[in-house]
Design a protein around this ligand. Sequence first.
Ligand code: AMP
Length: 278
Amino acid sequence: MIHLHSLSDLRDWLTKNHNPAFVPTMGALHNGHLSLVRSAKETLKPVLVSIFVNPTQFGPNEDFAAYPRDDAGDAEKLASAGADAVFFPQREDIYPNGKMHPVPALPSVFAEAEGAIRPGHFGGVAQVLYRFFSLIQPSTAFFGQKDYQQALLVKWLIEALSFDVRLVVCPTVREESGLAMSSRNAYLSTEEKDAASTLSAALEQGKRLYEVGERDAGHIGKAVADEILQNPLFTAVDYAEVRDAEHFEKVSWIINPAVLVAAARIGKTRLIDNILIG
Ligand code: AMP
């Protein structure tokens, strides 16, 4: 696996590896990330993974400085998973002269759910992806369902800017307990990690309510929030709600395919997860 540390490294590699399959990450890699790499390999295109903790998608009081970093360990994992190249950009490579990119205003739905709790987050994600897609011109880009709203943002970005990129959204990889894998799980104590599976269990329970006939989205969201807060280690539920699976509008009565999304806090750690219903 080739290590690319600069824009000129990247450009050289791209001359022999046009339109690669691309997996953007922030590092601290786990099996969720590696599942994206394995899916990318199935395209038979060269697989390029980026590792960049993107400052513009973190709020001022968030964990940018503390975000787990393990470049050497990540490179080993990527090599074993069969990636062809890993790109470690510098901030200046992504934001030359500190300038932002000309991304159009995001649809209002990206100011809701994660966007409401993390103002500016999706704007930052759109910024970094604009730069990556422009530089790399990937044939296909791989994202996880774990970050459902983000995957919809990528879909919007590709359409709004006519990027010639196919989006593949891969299923959420979980621990045996059901807890969705996340780099931020590294912040959890052993006790918190055990308790954290309450989030996915609550979402499963919400889905079961739908399956036995509940269609009132508010009832399902409240049941999920109540279930999470039954666990004393969870201190807050940021949101637990049913949204349209395609457009992400909040729904009150479930008719079309929907996604049940939730974010909750356990100790100092914030966890998000989702499940498709309908
Ligand atoms: P991140 O490094 O957190 O920015 O994540 C990079 C990519 O990996 C994103 O597309 C995430 O949605 C995806 N991802 C993160 N966790 C998981 C998981 N547990 N299963 C599948 N994909 C994931």
